[in-house]
Each structure stands twice: as structure tokens, then as C-alpha cells.
Design a protein around this ligand. Structure first.
Ligand code: ADP
Length: 238
């Protein structure tokens, strides 16, 4: 890990905040239109674990991640992140928890009018980090994702793989102990997919809990991490 991110991790270790434990307890999620995504689902993800969530399209993988960062709330059951039932969190407490979670999307969600560096740092700016602290974090993060020379490029000047690496950099620049990646390789060719997976695995080796949804069976086999399959709304450890 780059020295600066390493020192963040050491600070987190000292405060016991290395990685967040995640639990779903008998979670059912039914959307208002009647679609049922999860049904009495249970899951425990240990601190520092790297977990794949697999299952066909429409099986509930994205819903599961949305429940973990409280974009959606369960219809029944409890979602526990870092010891908190997230349904009970509001306002500042919810914002604080969300700062502990980095999110990577399949479609990158970069801002076209902002440079790579700006895309990576704007969340830190919004969270009130000082200019100096932002600079301190930016370079090692760019280095980690292999984009040191692209800091001043705009997203449309980058390949798909590079854009996804920007989105990973944006997710990790605040050194969150939990990283959620929703089909991060869904739009990438095998080489770029592997590069992205190597970055995610490196972050995991630094102590972050990493949860990745994918339907790329080959990638799952190559990585050799635990797998949970979403099947009829339930979560089965394979
Ligand atoms: P996956 O990520 O595995 O493709 P999703 O979690 O996106 O699956 O979807 C699971 C089910 O929930 C699907 O039937 C989908 O149509 C439904 N669903 C997802 N999001 C919504 C939503 N916002 N409103 C209504 N139904 C939804």
C-alpha cells in the first residue's frame, strides 16, 4: 500500500476500525411495485473478507448492495453494518456510516466535465477535507490504480478500463474499510477486468472488506474467493 494510505490504515487499526462487519438478518426486500428482490435472506461477511455475490440478472445482487449502504431499506429484517442497524440511522450518523463505505458502479458514474483528479477528490472536498489533506491522498491513490499520468485528463479521453479505475480511486480515496463493487467488470474486456480485480484484491490485502457482485464465472474461479449465490431471493454460500 502506498505509504500515505498505509498510515491511514495503521490509524484505523489502532482505533479498531480496520474493516466493517456486515450482517443481513432475515431480510426481505419487496419493492413498492411488488417485485421481490430478497426473501428472508441471511448473510454474514467477516471483517477483511473478500466476497463475490453471483446470480443471474434480476436476482437481487444490486438490491443487496443498496441495502448495505442504505439506498434501500429492508421491508423486513435487519441490515447490520459495523454493529449498527442501518434502518435506525439518520442524518449525520447515516452520513458518517456512508463515509466508511466506498462504492464502485458498473457504469463508472464519472462527471464528464471534471478531470480525473477532480472526479476523485470532489467527495473529499464536499466532506470538508483540507486542500493539503486532499493532495496528500490523491497521489498515492492515483498510483495505486495506475493513473498517475492521467490526473488532468477528462473521462472521455480515457478507455473504459481507465474510467473504471478512476471510479475505484474515487471510492477508495477516503480509505473506507468497506468497499462495495456492483458488476465492476461488467463493461470491460478480460484484460481490463483482471486489472480491476487485482486492484480490488490489493485493497482487500490491505485490510478492507470487499464485496463484489458479478456474473463472470471465469473471473470468480480465477480469483478463488468465497462466493455467495443469490437464488430465489436467498443467499447461499457455495
Ligand atoms: P440484479 O442486480 O441481480 O440484476 P436487482 O437487485 O437489480 O437484481 O433486481 C432484483 C429484482 O428487483 C428485479 O426483479 C428487479 O426488477 C427488481 N427491482 C430492482 N430495483 C427496483 C426498483 N427500484 N423498483 C422496483 N423493482 C426493482
Amino acid at each position: 500500500m502506498p505509504v500515505i494510505l498505509q498510515s491511514d490504515r495503521e490509524t484505523q487499526q489502532r482505533s479498531g476500525n480496520t474493516a466493517l462487519k456486515v450482517q443481513l438478518r432475515s431480510v426481505t426486500k419487496t419493492y413498492t411495485n411488488g417485485s421481490q428482490a430478497l426473501l428472508n435472506a441471511n448473510l454474514e461477511v467477516k471483517q477483511g473478507e473478500f466476497l463475490f455475490i453471483t446470480g443471474p440478472s434480476g436476482s437481487g445482487k444490486t438490491t443487496l448492495l443498496k441495502l448495505l449502504y442504505a439506498q434501500e431499506l429492508p421491508t423486513q429484517g435487519e441490515v447490520i453494518v459495523d454493529g449498527c442497524n442501518i434502518a435506525s440511522l439518520q442524518g449525520d450518523r447515516l452520513s458518517l456510516l456512508r463515509r466508511q463505505i466506498g462504492i464502485v458502479f458498473q457504469d463508472y458514474k464519472l462527471i464528464a466535465q471534471r478531470t480525473v483528479a477532480e472526479n476523485i477528490t470532489f467527495v473529499l472536498q464536499a466532506q470538508g477535507y483540507t486542500r493539503k489533506e486532499i493532495q496528500r491522498r490523491l497521489e498515492p491513490t492515483l498510483k495505486l490504480v495506475g493513473l498517475l499520468t492521467k490526473a488532468d485528463c477528462f473521462p472521455d479521453q480515457l478507455s473504459g478500463g481507465e474510467q473504471q479505475r478512476v471510479s475505484i480511486a474515487r471510492a477508495i480515496v477516503g480509505t473506507p474499510p468497506l468497499l462495495l463493487a456492483d458488476e465492476p467488470t461488467g463493461n470491460l474486456d478480460p484484460d481490463n477486468s483482471w486489472q480491476v480485480m487485482q486492484i480490488l484484491q490489493k485493497l482487500n490485502s490491505f485490510g478492507a472488506t470487499v464485496i463484489v457482485t458479478t456474473h463472470d464465472e471465469q473471473l470468480v474461479r480465477r480469483c478463488n474467493h468465497p462466493v455467495v449465490q443469490v437464488c430465489n431471493g436467498q443467499l447461499l454460500r457455495k
